[in-house]
Design a protein. Structure first.
Length: 324
């Protein structure tokens, strides 16, 4: 008997299958969601029961957010999972207070806002992953690739969403123009497609050397209808007079941005997966510190690099991933 006890101590027990509910701010087809889900599963494996509730807040008007949150809450109460994942700012904002009143472990991911905004640092059943896009590294990369001028002026263009404002708070809380070394940055936030198009078309005339396209998922036409993100970024690719870079891996591609040092949704999901794994193994969420992405990856579009005749340094090529 004592040998059996010793054996059980030496050999870790296999984690029993758990029921995990992932409440997602966005929708099933969104690349960011798909990639972080793959990252979570790559850590936990397929033996668990994964359930999803989509709030669809990229495509639905804000007037429907509360209804979507109520639907997700009913899903939780019907399922009674072993653990809940709140993915991205809207899910966290809409549902964190309800889950504070439960004993279910909650792991959040994709939080751009300061966790103190929602008092998450005081909740014993919460831990998670902060989303901090790697702006400085992307800017430095563009600075390396554009060698014509020692002093460069960049336009940073985003949609005018709450996620955008939270993302940019770490760079320029007031969204005023800033300087970083020999680089100067101007910020434009708009969800009006007409303004978006003129910002792109006039960028070169206004003295910019490149454009950084962040999020473009809440851009609307003149009638107030949301445009597909694919349409917005494809128009940008076709009409931009300047090379344009991105901060997230899902914004890079043949019909998208040229490249960047990007935040990778798969790696972000892996951070969440490691926290979930520790909780399923017996750790309390309060014992696990919040984590964030300390590194990203170089990602480039072959067609985009060729179009703008960019020369990528060999030391970056050796580390880079390529699409199309």
């Amino acid at each position: 008997m004592r040998y059996l006890v010793l054996l059980l101590i030496i050999i870790p027990l296999k984690i029993m299958a758990a029921s995990v509910l992932i409440i997602e701010s966005y929708h099933q087809e969104y690349d960011w969601d798909r990639n972080y889900n793959k990252g979570i599963i790559s850590i936990l494996g397929n033996e668990h029961d994964y359930h999803h509730s989509y709030l669809d807040t990229k495509r639905l008007p804000e007037t429907l957010f509360a209804i979507q949150a109520e639907r997700a809450w009913k899903h939780y109460n019907k399922l009674k999972p072993d653990l809940v994942v709140l993915a991205d700012d809207n899910a966290i904002k809409l549902l964190h207070e309800r889950f504070e009143g439960t004993n279910v472990p909650v792991v959040f991911l994709g939080l751009n806002t300061n966790p103190r905004t929602y008092n998450l640092h005081r909740q014993k059943n919460f831990t998670g992953v902060l989303e901090r896009p790697l702006f400085k590294r992307s800017l430095l990369l563009a600075n390396q690739l554009l060698l014509e001028k020692p002093n460069k002026k960049f336009l940073v263009l985003f949609d005018n969403s709450k996620t955008t404002i939270a993302s940019l708070a770490q760079v320029s809380p007031t969204l005023d123009s800033i300087e970083m070394g020999k680089m100067s940055l101007d910020f434009v936030l708009t969800s009006n497609f007409s303004t978006w198009k003129s910002s792109i078309s006039e960028a070169k005339l206004n003295g910019y050397d490149a454009i950084f396209i962040g999020l473009y998922h809440t851009v609307m036409d003149g009638s107030g209808n949301y445009l597909s993100p694919e349409h917005v970024i494809a128009w940008t690719r076709d009409h931009s007079p300047l090379p344009h870079f991105g901060f997230w891996e899902f914004t890079i591609g043949a019909e998208k941005n040229i490249g960047g040092y990007v935040l990778d949704g798969f790696l972000h999901g892996q951070h969440a997966g490691r926290l979930i794994k520790k909780i399923l193994e017996g750790a309390s969420p309060s014992s696990l510190s919040f984590v964030f992405d300390s590194k990203g990856s170089y990602l480039f579009s072959k067609s985009g690099v060729n179009k703008w005749k960019l020369k990528i340094p060999e030391k970056i090529i050796q580390k880079a991933k390529w699409v199309d």
